[in-house]
Design a protein around this ligand. Structure first.
Ligand code: SF4
Length: 149
């Protein structure tokens, strides 16, 4: 496959978000066309086996990198810890990157899985990266967000 790139499924218009909606972004589609990139849609949270719609989740402590290092905590809005599910989703996302030969990813900013520069702690936007972003970066992939293009 020529020039494959992982892309957050919701950015491509797929209704994978926690609220059952999408974040389809024409600028992203244009960028992919212009650069001749073949999008491989992934939703780490669906790949974790979580339902859609699903309750929103956010970090209670740290960010995705901290979580992988055993220092962070990610919770559902009712307080249930979700660390294991989010790590699983990140691992399956990495497996898809390897199967399809992706060396880069274009991800949705702000998500606990896909966030590139920002995540949410409770309802507040703070600096940090999501769990899938952190795992892909640890594995040598370049990850950028829709605000970087
Ligand atoms: S996990 Fe990523 S791809 Fe899935 S809905 Fe959230 S931001 Fe979009």
């Amino acid at each position: 496959m020529p020039n494959p790139i992982l892309v957050s499924a919701c950015l491509l218009g797929l209704p994978t978000r926690y609220d059952g909606r999408h974040k389809g972004n024409e600028h992203v589609r244009e960028h992919l066309r212009e650069k001749g990139l073949q999008a491989i849609p992934v939703c780490p949270e669906q790949l974790a086996g979580l339902p859609t719609p699903r309750p929103p989740c956010w970090f209670a402590k740290g960010d995705g990198e901290d979580l992988l290092a055993g220092q962070g905590r990610l919770v559902r809005c009712d307080g249930m810890e979700m660390n294991t599910a989010f790590i699983r989703g990140a691992e399956v996302t990495l497996a898809i990157a390897r199967l399809t030969g992706c060396r880069t990813a274009l991800f949705k900013e702000g998500s606990p899985s896909c966030g590139v520069r920002r995540i949410y702690r409770q309802q507040q936007s703070v600096a940090g990266q999501g769990v899938a972003t952190a795992l892909l970066r640890r594995s040598g992939l370049q990850v950028y967000g829709e605000e970087d293009i």
